[in-house]
Ligand binder design. Sequence first.
Ligand SMILES: [Zn+2]
Length: 199
Amino acid sequence: MQNSLEKLIYHFEQLSGIGPRQARRLVYSLLKRSGSDLREFGNLIATVKNTVHTCPSCGLFHTDTKPECVYCSDQNRDNTSLMVVEKDADLIAVEKSGLFAGYYVILGGTVPITGRNPVRDDLLKKAVELRKEQGLSEIILGLSATPEGEQTKDHALEVINPLLGDEIKISILGRGLATGTELEYSDQETLRNALSNRK
Ligand SMILES: [Zn+2]
């Protein structure tokens, strides 16, 4: 491969949502930072796999010393409801809204129209089984209002339906979310509508 400048640009290009021009711009902006800033940045990247781990119950990336994340280890949350979301950023957005106090499970992606299914089916099953033992009565599918979100919703239903009895209802986050919207980018008012209009 090329020189270190081009290599660095290559690595930025591999990040999701970053194109070649943006990658180049990011690298040039790095060159304006101080040496100590860059050393800290580099160290954080080098050690991220050791300092950040995945919650075994919901799949959230976190840096706590105990295995479970702060939400799953909180006994005071509402154990009658479980929200299924696509990615970490969605959990954080819902949590910030302060409108939901149940537990979560993060699928880790959406089911694409074609290609490999990246969704963590086993984690989803495990979460439903675990919360069922604790009095689960509602599963909320908090998925994006996009074609992939729809596909993911159908897939999630296929996975969880066989696990459920009559005592658990499934609701879909209301379409307060405009078509094409990802949960992560919804504002508080939209989230509030989506949650109160769930069916
Ligand atoms: Zn968790």
